[in-house]
Design a protein around this ligand. Sequence first.
Ligand SMILES: Cc1ncc(COP(=O)(O)O)c(C=O)c1O
Length: 496
Amino acid sequence: MSSPILGAKRLVGIIGDGPWKAPAFESLAAAVAAAITDGRLPVGARLPSERELAAAIGLSRTTTGRAYAQLREQEFILTRRGSGSVVQLPSVPGGRIDHLLSPAGGDETEIDLTCTAPVAAPDILGAYDRALSHLGAYLPGTGYYPSGLPVLREIIADRYSQRGAPTDPDQILITSGALGGAAIAVRALLDVDPSEAEHPGGARPTSRVFIESPTYPNAIATLEGAGATLVTYPLEYGLQGHHWDIEAMEQLMGQMRPRSAYLIPDFHNPTGALLPETQRRDLAEVLLRHRVVPVFDESLVELGLEEGRMPTPMSALISDSVTVGSVSKVYWGGLRIGWMRIPRHRVDHFASSRLGLDLGAPVLEQLVTVELMDNHDAVVADCRSRLRAARDLLAAQVRSWLPEWKLIVPSGGMALWAELPEARSGVLSIAARNHGLRLVAGPNFAPAGGLDRWIRLPYTVTETEMEQVGPRLAAAWEEAKAMSGRGPTSRARIVA
Ligand SMILES: Cc1ncc(COP(=O)(O)O)c(C=O)c1O
């Protein structure tokens, strides 16, 4: 990809033209580095040549050359013959690895396929910069906004309304990611109000929550942590991939009488399945008939990778339902910003339930989200086109290196869910470490166990890494086939 060229005059406009404290090359390098870290110089921009900068800034060519050499050494620029010096951010030693996720440490040369999440979108630094200029207005207050900043709640409410689910900003709570929203929702929904339980049309005094299998592993942990007893509905599987059978869901609901449900109808994690329009109304009727108040996780809803209209949001079809959403999949998980849409009559109860968990999301990150949302549709379009290419590249890798694996390419989301010829995904995840790959085995996605025949392969790593996935995976699979045992017995720690 070619990088946008930054003219020498423009660069001088950004970093200033001195006076430069001696040694000048060091002050010049420090000024460029500061502009990169605070987002005034965007990652990916191509700097002017040393000669052009020297002429524009009134320093010698030797000085600009030494400044660029220092920036190169500090990893602020990458210089390639023919394509000049391109701005980048230096890697932080150990910075990609979290101790909670990798207690034994990690190796940065490994390809990490444990996470369906992107690296930060290009404008994040710029958005932080712009958001900082609005932060001052909030400083005279206490900074506690347990419902979220009004300006962001309005933007999110508008987006629901545009999608066909008319929403008042009062129905929106800004949360710590979609997972934070799911935790609040399930806590509030399971919190039995005795007067309601006695009411014939009221909620059932049970902690049962209906959930798909496979599903997003942290949702399993969150629901169980909130005291839910899971009622597991195994998604159907056929030639078209995974799908829902509404009649089978109704039967299970009739037998088990759950109080709530946690469902991912939009590019379901991990299968990528999308609940079709024709089944959405049926599902809404079934949930209503069985007095189940559902939580729909729409974390991946914007990641449709094929042309065509998205089906009606479930929240437009069933008014007594909760939806959670997030910026993690389009912008960056590091923002930790998500939201929930709550039925009007439940807002007060949810808001007080939330106060038992946390006191709100950070103000600066909410302001950053406001800035990002300004250009949202273009960013989503860009994100989709990158993911589409990545999905096709990974599918081609798997097909060519592992032709005996079954693959149904999903129409959206961030991962392939591949079927192995033998139930060995646990040992595959162990063998993979010997070949520089980190994987999450199928059983992690199974609320009631099983699924060792499946493996999730996110297509969120770089193109260069993806090109190495096929050979590494094939070598790991050969090793796994020769291994005995069933693989890890406890759930892996993953976030996305
Ligand atoms: C279905 C689903 N819900 C929630 C999350 C977590 O999102 P957040 O970072 O917004 O908490 C993920 C991340 O992968 C996900 O796939």
